[in-house]
Design a binder for this molecule. Structure first.
Ligand code: SAH
Length: 380
């Protein structure tokens, strides 16, 4: 026993790089998805596990943290969708990766604009980070005066399957991009998978290598016939699996899903794996666990699988177009009228959320609904 405890102590002293290195030395190169999962979600040393990464002092900032307008419009949008699906008196509202809980607080506040909507919600948050669960709890308890726990059944789950079947809505802002991707590279011998191996030279502990054998048939998207040697394509098996699960649920139960993320409309070659630390880019292979590792979302792949599994699919539309059609400019004017001293700041955040050189064009929005519902606002 004492020996085990001692060995456990020694393990605690290893960095995440050492741990990943040991694993590769013993079992061989790992997929990029596996590397990302370790870097982000390792129970003790992963990026999200020990800190709140948001805001100016953190590594990056997200739309709900930029302005309350973002979450308010989404809250109203959810209320209208709920009305359109028949005002279910009891339904599960699930948020994936709620960060600081800001988006959900704004959704619940603005959702009160739709009679009966908030009162029908049973709230589940899908979150991996103990630190952020604490932050979410504090945000939601304070923004609702404790109501979220007393009557909305606030709870945390680790995956969709833990939420009971039934009418539901799901929201995910900048969540799909954290799910692991795999990369495939075209070579003279055909496609090979890019893997992470240990490096014996240079400043980094890791390097990319190519798999010896081709990937299983069907993994590399079929519409890449024109790919040239050295082109890379990214596939996210976890994102695909999540969308399959959501779409199957939408087929069985009335519901809707809103996905917002940065990414591309069409499947194409290109490398987007990136690491962000202190609001700056960082080498993804340098010091895993210290930076946010993400990849752009392939919306075509997700929409295709959602359709195959029975959901009605709307979008992608750009975040700029979506927020504009929901009335963000009117909302901004109201806020300016209420506090003219903040006019400049409100204009700045409005531009940041909607303009092409801010988040307006890179970020895309997709809605999935049960078949047979009217098209959601913002996608007509
Ligand atoms: N939606 C928030 C935060 C986006 S960052 C916002 O817009 O501000 C990604 C979020 O997903 C964080 O809360 C992170 O802790 C969480 N997360 C990352 N990987 C996860 C996983 N595998 N399962 C559940 N949550 C995860």
């Amino acid at each position: 026993m004492a020996g085990n405890a001692f060995r456990a102590e020694i393990l605690i002293m290893l960095t995440l790089s050492d741990k990943i290195r040991q694993q590769i030395v013993s079992d061989g190169p790992i997929t990029i998805a596996k590397y990302m999962e370790e870097a982000m979600g390792h129970p003790r040393l992963g990026y999200y596990m020990g800190k709140d990464p948001f805001g100016r002092a953190g590594d990056f900032i997200t739309a709900p943290e930029i302005s309350q307008m973002f979450g308010e419009l989404i809250g109203l949008w959810c209320g209208y969708q709920w009305r359109g699906m028949g005002e279910e008196k009891q339904f599960n509202l699930i948020e994936f990766g709620p960060g600081r809980g800001t988006l959900m607080a704004d959704i619940l506040r603005a959702g009160r604009g739709v009679d009966g909507f908030v009162e029908s919600i049973s709230l589940s948050l899908v979150e991996i980070s103990p630190v952020l669960k604490g932050v979410q709890e504090a945000t939601l308890l304070s923004s609702t005066g404790g109501e979220v726990r007393r009557t909305r059944g606030l709870r945390w789950i680790s995956q969709l399957a833990e939420s009971p079947d039934g009418p539901f809505a799901a929201v995910a802002n900048e969540f799909i991009d954290v799910l692991g991707i795999r990369q495939y590279q075209k070579t003279a011998e055909g496609w090979r998978e890019r893997l992470v191996d240990v490096s014996e030279e240079g400043p980094l502990m890791f390097r990319f290598v190519l798999s010896e054998f081709p990937p299983e048939v069907g993994i590399v998207p079929k519409n890449l016939k024109d790919a040239r040697i050295d082109d890379v394509v990214e596939v996210s098996p976890s994102a695909i699996a999540l969308i399959q699960e959501l779409a199957s649920r939408l087929k069985r139960n009335p519901g809707f899903v809103l996905l917002i993320d940065y990414g591309h409309n069409f499947t194409a070659c290109g490398e987007t794996l990136q690491a962000v630390k202190d609001h700056d880019y960082h080498n993804p292979l340098n010091n895993p666990g210290s930076a946010d590792l993400t990849a752009h979302v392939d919306f075509e792949a997700l929409c295709k699988v959602a359709t195959e599994f029975g959901a009605a699919v709307y979008g992608p539309v750009t975040q700029g177009a979506f927020l504009t059609s929901l009335g963000i400019h009117t909302r901004a004017r109201n806020l300016v009228d209420a506090s003219p001293a903040n006019a400049r700041e409100i204009d700045e955040v409005l531009a940041r959320l909607t303009s092409d050189d801010g988040m307006g064009a890179l970020f895309k929005v997709v809605a999935l609904t049960s078949p047979g519902f009217p098209p959601p606002i913002g996608f007509q």
